[in-house]
Write a protein that binds this ligand. Structure first.
Ligand code: IVH
Length: 709
């Protein structure tokens, strides 16, 4: 298997990684994910399935969560809208936007300075003044000014090409539209970091939660989401901010030093970081590092290290770059933040499909400026492996700024009589048996599940939350919080109850009506009822996904919709597929992408009497729209098509959808089974292979003609 064909590590394997293995894995992931993104964007068709791609991204996120300080500057998680996007125009940076090498220890910093001296041929005691400043955890952007006027603002993208987000950047108060002062070079490209001030971030999440909207995990994600808005008024409302710390193209030098150049940027109207200073030796750099780390929690922006840069710009020029990072700068990362606290209890959370997750209840402790009082313990094997016990003092790490984790107990502090954790055998919510299923072979599933199904209140609430969620029914104004409240009150016990809410409300006394309840008003109540009514007609695949059938994610829901076309047809087929060996059962298994476990779960769902009843009730309100038939009588139906090279008239997803709508199968790689290869400019190995295999090859125009017939 070639290196790029290697798959993502499993979660189990990730948890076992050592620090240096994790570092290597992250390096590999950054490379393959970036190559896949490029391929997807147009160089060539991706030869990776969506599932493999998602798995790589998930692995990357998981490793970063376990080793936050190892997160790379070119990490896929840092790319604005790393998902290929066609929303914003691409702009090539006139000077590439580079990343920084990392230092993780004082030794690394000494070595960095020693390397510089060696490179410049200076004696080992030569003074090299360096600047030190916080590494802002935001998103970098490049702003181009011509004759003092802002002409465009671009994301970092892959460093060479970014996205034009000028309109969004113009809404940021700390980004001047015109430069101030005299002697301004005719071309100035200012680079720096867009960030979400922490105070604004908390206010945003507060507003989001009141509106039942999604919560942002951290300020950086929120900044990324806020910048990529087509509606710039949304960006404006978020009150983002910008620190200037570097530059790209300049028609004239700004200064002879880094510090002087940044001071000039300040004179031109930019905000620069007040913690930036120049130092003559490594000891002073390290003292400043400690000082900044000490202030970390009280700053109004997230930082993840301190950046050191050679102050003398002539020396910077002489030092130049190695691959994608300058020799004259380095990022000294902060270690992952840890704290110790008391494990007061282990609670069990019940998920939508009955999965029981042990959650650590902690004596609240501040880790990196955030108060942590809960942490997932994943499953009982994990608890046993770490040997954490109620009463233990445990080490908590805030991973990736989001999910707090327990690393293990401080054994010296274990109180006498602390007992190992005893797994529960009944569901704490409904009392049904809780079991670990047998997987292939004699392995047990790591997850214990409540067998109560829909008699378990916890599962019901979680199912309802899933039902209304964004990729399912997507009912505006009806989020997790509202569902939990309606359930609690007894107003919503089944999905169908949601559609009876208005009628129920109309029968209530004035004071009891929704509009008079806490958190609601006349407008929000009216809007909610309208949003619910609106969703009585819903796309078939959303409806299927909303049902929360175990193992059926969005992709499978789409597959089922495209295959069965109407909900009635699907339901009928699943009822008859109960008969193992029946044609319907075989048809179901024949669907590319549906295996036995999934098929069984789907059939079980539809044939379970309680579900049958609930569905019949729900369908008196909801009308799933018929899916568009993949056509079977077109000149490409049943054919396997591969797209490669750059498409100039159609986007990749447009071409794929059209082809699938006309009944073709779209594949990422050329094989003997390929019927048509559509090759745009820049097509390479796939075109060659297709020619060797005598596969019919079309240009994009020929393809458009073909499907127009
Ligand atoms: S200097 C040629 N200074 O870190 C080096 N970068 O790895 C130009 N960053 O993409 C970058 N704070 O997003 C520099 N004070 C700072 C920074 C900083 C954050 C980010 C920036 C860049 C990445 C470089």
């Amino acid at each position: 298997m070639s290196e790029s064909k290697r798959k993502a590590l499993s979660f189990e394997a990730i948890k076992a990684l050592s620090e240096s293995e994790a570092e290597q894995e992250l390096e590999w992931l950054a490379e393959v994910i970036s190559a896949a993104d490029k391929a997807y964007h147009g160089d060539d068709a991706p030869d990776m399935s969506d599932a493999d791609y998602d798995a790589l991204r998930k692995a990357n996120t998981a490793i970063e969560a376990l080793f936050p300080h190892l997160r790379r500057d070119d990490s896929p998680t840092l790319r604005v809208g790393a998902a290929p996007s066609e929303k914003f125009a691409k702009i090539t940076h006139s000077v590439p936007m580079l990343s920084l090498d990392n230092a993780f220890s004082a030794e690394d910093v000494y070595e960095f300075v020693a390397r510089i001296r060696r490179y410049l041929g200076l004696p080992s005691d030569a003074a090299i003044p360096l600047t030190a400043e916080p590494k802002i955890d935001g998103l970098s952007a490049s702003l181009r000014y011509e004759e003092g006027r802002l002409v465009h603002g671009v994301t970092r993208g892959d460093g060479a090409v970014g996205e034009d987000i000028t309109a969004n950047l113009k809404t940021i108060a700390s980004i001047p539209q015109r430069l101030e002062g005299n002697h301004i070079p005719s071309v100035v490209e200012v680079r720096g970091e867009v960030y979400f001030p922490r105070s604004e971030f908390e206010a945003l999440n507060q507003r989001q939660s009141e509106a039942g909207g999604k919560q942002f995990a951290n300020p950086r994600n929120a900044a990324a989401g806020s910048l990529r808005q087509l509606d710039v008024e949304i960006t404006r409302s978020r009150n983002l901010a910008f620190f200037a710390y570097a530059w790209g193209e300049l028609s004239d030098d700004l200064s002879r030093t880094q510090f002087g150049a940044v001071a000039r940027l300040s004179d031109m109207g930019f905000t620069i970081n007040p913690l930036m200073q120049v130092f003559e030796d490594v000891e002073s750099l390290l003292r400043h590092y400690d000082k900044i780390e000490g202030q970390r929690a009280s700053l109004d922006y997230d930082i993840d290290g301190v950046v050191y840069k050679v102050d003398d710009l002539d020396l910077q020029r002489r030092l130049g770059f190695v691959s994608r990072a300058p020799r004259w700068a380095i990022a000294h990362k902060f270690p992952a933040e840890k704290a110790t606290t008391l494990l007061e209890a282990i609670d069990i959370q019940v998920g939508r499909t009955g999965a029981l997750t042990p959650v650590a209840k902690l004596q609240p402790v501040t880790v990196g400026g955030v108060v942590v009082s809960n942490a997932t313990l994943h499953n009982e094997d994990e608890i046993a492996r770490k040997d954490v016990r109620v009463g233990d003092t445990v080490i908590v790490q805030r991973a990736g700024d989001v999910i707090p984790q327990i690393l293990g107990p401080v054994l010296e502090k274990r109180p006498e009589g602390a007992e190992p954790y005893e797994p529960v055998t009944v569901c704490p919510v409904c009392g049904s048996h809780a079991v670990r299923e047998q997987k292939d072979g004699d392995k047990e599933d790591a997850i214990r599940r409540c067998s109560g199904g829909m008699i378990c209140a916890a599962q019901v609430v979680e199912q309802l939350k899933h039902f209304v969620s964004r990729n399912a029914m997507d009912i505006d104004g009806l989020g997790e919080k509202q569902i939990a409240a309606f359930f609690e009150e007894g107003a919503v016990k089944t999905a169908a109850d949601i559609f009876r809410l208005q009628e129920r409300d109309e029968q209530k006394d004035r004071g009891e009506k929704l509009r008079n309840q806490d958190g609601w008003g006349a407008t929000s109540a009216r809007n909610l009822f309208a949003a619910i009514r609106e969703r009585r007609s819903v796309e078939l695949h959303r409806f299927i996904f909303a049902l929360g059938i175990r193992h059926v994610g969005e992709t499978t829901a789409k597959l089922l919709a495209r295959t069965y076309l109407s909900f009635d047809a699907l339901r009928q087929a699943m009822m008859t597929a109960k008969e193992v060996g029946s044609t319907s059962w075989k048809d179901l298994l024949d669907i590319d992408g549906i295996g036995e476990v999934m098929a069984k779960s789907i059939v079980d769902f539809f044939t379970e009497p309680r579900n049958e009843e609930a569905l019949t009730d729900l369908l008196t309100y909801v009308i799933p729209q018929d899916a568009e038939a993949a056509q079977t009588d077109t000149n490409i139906s049943g054919k396997t098509v591969v797209f490669t090279g750059k498409l100039e008239k159609l986007s990749r997803s447009e071409a794929k959808n059209q082809a699938e709508g006309l009944g073709a199968r779209v594949s990422g790689s050329v094989s003997a089974k390929t019927d048509i290869l559509v090759a745009g400019p820049g097509a390479g190995s796939k075109l060659k292979k297709a020619q060797e295999l005598n596969v019919k090859t079309l240009t994009e125009d020929e393809w458009i003609d073909l499907i127009a017939q």
